[in-house]
Design a protein around this ligand. Structure first.
Ligand code: FAD
Ligand code: NAI
Length: 466
């Protein structure tokens, strides 16, 4: 069978690309090695983590804020098995939805490991032991990523675990030691801290979510500290050992001492690695770079022009919506269109509570690049809407160009920040100035007024409610 496009991997990048190819009239096949479509994001990433974040947030609010709202509950308990089972239902509904979309768009779906035979031929090693070979005029590598680990922290999937196991634990950890206070650590650490577990973060750098604007990391730490978490910043893990029912983590402190932390689980969340295992890239004349990524040009083409790659397996942010944009980009490029992705305007969200969301430059970046800038901030505690819901932690910070007033970056930590950042993306896509946003009517009372107020603050310090 010969296809216009074969896509290897059915994550957000692969399945979005497949649908866009089909919409453009291209005969398309998608190959997935697991029995469920949707990749990391739908099966063991974005969707299940958000399901557990939502459940744990309900529990936390019931236990800690309901009484202030005038709601009394007796005998509140965590039913972790039910939480995990609900999460799995959400995952199953979502992945079945993708299978439906493949059928609806007449995309041929193959289940099994895809590997290159040559630059136009892909072999599928099916789970039932069978084999099939298909040919493609164009091929898209959308094979995603896997959790990163190091020999000093050997993941055994029982006590020393990755995010995948942390999404299906059978008990709330008494003490979870989290290596890496990045986005997975922050999100899954929040889940178990809200359910009553103790969490300790050991982080190489000096803050949580260290690649985001420093203000966000500081504010997030304050919020997570309220859940009873401990932080070991500028600390380096040297060894992790499973000693039966406990895990012992040896750590070098900044002043050259060595300490040990003991817990019942250790979550290794130190990043993810691009995944090309079993793909036999060499047969297509391709190789990966030193970090294992498939190299692509500005059109997402590899060194073999009819083979493209996208998402976590190539350079750039490892985010579902980035992979989706790239899937669409490749489909439209193959169809002869001239698409464009504005990488700087891809938002970044951490689904803690308060949520953290950002787009554009951080303050550290504008400083480093010598861009003249000004800032405006507005705290949620000064907002009526936030006081009404008791979500007063956090702020909106706007960076604007000092001379032109163009918005350069927006950083939000606060209620519904994940949804609010969309307004900033739209404003920045249209190259709005801080004053443009500050002159637009924002419904009252809403959390979005904090964005308007921060823009007013950035425009001659004109915030109204502060
Ligand atoms: P993937 O989703 O990794 O999909 C790749 C697919 O290819 C997989 O299904 C894999 O089985 C398949 N595959 C690999 N090799 C082969 C082969 N040889 N043959 C056949 N199939 C193959 N991002 C967000 O934007 N928002 C979030 O909230 C978010 N939360 C996350 C939470 C967690 C816990 C994790 C781990 C990640 C999260 N991410 C989130 C990141 C997001 O999941 C990834 O950026 C996204 O899934 C990348 O999409 P992709 O299409 O590149 O690859
Ligand atoms: P991350 O890159 O966000 O964080 C890893 C952290 O581990 C960093 O802060 C790093 O300094 C630290 N670290 C690395 N080695 C260490 C060591 N030896 N000792 C102590 N600390 C160490 O990676 P994470 O959290 O594993 O997530 C992987 C990717 O998955 C993210 O980069 C993100 O792209 C994606 N993701 C996105 C989510 C979202 O969009 N909400 C949610 C979860 C994951």
């Amino acid at each position: 069978m010969e296809y216009d496009v074969i896509i290897i991997g059915s994550g957000p990048g692969g399945y979005t690309g497949a649908i866009r190819c089909a919409q453009l009239g291209l005969k398309t096949a998608i190959i997935e090695k697991y029995p469920a479509l949707g990749g990391t994001c739908l099966n063991v990433g974005c969707i299940p983590s958000k399901a557990l974040l939502d459940s744990s947030e309900h529990y936390y609010n019931a236990a800690h804020t309901f009484t202030q709202h005038g709601i009394k509950l007796d005998n509140l308990q965590v039913d972790l098995a039910q939480m995990i089972s609900r999460k799995q239902d959400v995952v199953d509904q979502t992945t079945k939805g993708i299978a439906f979309l493949m059928k609806k768009n007449k995309i041929d779906t193959f289940y099994g490991l895809g590997s290159f035979v040559d630059a136009h031929t892909v072999k599928i090693a099916k789970t039932d032991g069978g084999e099939e070979t298909i040919k493609g005029k164009n091929i898209v590598i959308a094979t995603g990523s896997k959790p990163l680990s190091f020999p000093s922290m050997p993941v055994d999937k029982k006590r020393i675990i990755t995010s995948t196991e942390a999404l299906k634990l059978e008990q709330v950890p008494k003490h979870m030691i989290i290596i890496g206070a990045g986005v997975i650590g922050a999100e899954l650490g929040s889940v178990y801290a809200r359910l009553g577990g103790k969490v300790s973060f050991v982080e190489f750098f000096d803050s949580m979510i260290p690649t985001m604007d420093k203000t966000m990391g500081k504010e997030l730490q304050k919020a997570i500290k309220k859940l009873g978490a401990d932080f070991y910043f500028n600390h380096k893990v040297t060894q992790v050992e499973n000693k039966g029912d406990e895990v012992v983590v040896s750590v070098d402190t900044p002043d050259g001492k060595q300490i040990t932390l003991t817990g019942d689980y250790c979550l290794v969340s130190v990043g993810r690695r691009p995944y090309t295992d079993g793909l036999n890239l060499e047969a297509a004349g391709l190789k990966t770079d030193a970090k294992g990524k498939v190299e692509v040009d500005n059109n997402l083409r590899t060194s073999v022009p009819h083979i493209y790659a996208l998402g976590d397996v190539i350079r750039g942010a490892m985010l579902a919506h980035k992979a989706e944009e790239e899937g669409t980009f490749i489909a439209e490029t193959i169809a002869g269109q001239k698409p464009h992705i504005h990488y700087r305007l891809i938002p970044n969200v951490v689904y803690t509570w308060p949520e953290v969301a950002a787009v554009g430059y951080t303050e550290e970046e504008v400083k480093q690049q010598g861009i003249p800038y000004k800032t405006g901030s507005f705290p949620f505690k000064a907002l009526g809407r936030a006081r009404a819901s008791m979500d007063i932690d956090g702020l909106v910070k706007v960076l604007a160009h000092k001379e032109t007033d163009e918005i350069l970056g927006v950083h939000i930590i606060g209620p519904r920040a994940a949804d609010m950042i969309a307004e900033a993306v739209v404003a920045m896509e249209f190259r709005a100035s801080a004053e443009d946003v500050s002159r637009m009517s924002h419904a009252h009372p809403t959390y979005t007024e904090a964005f308007k107020e921060a823009c007013l603050a950035a425009t001659d310090n004109r915030a109204i409610n502060m």
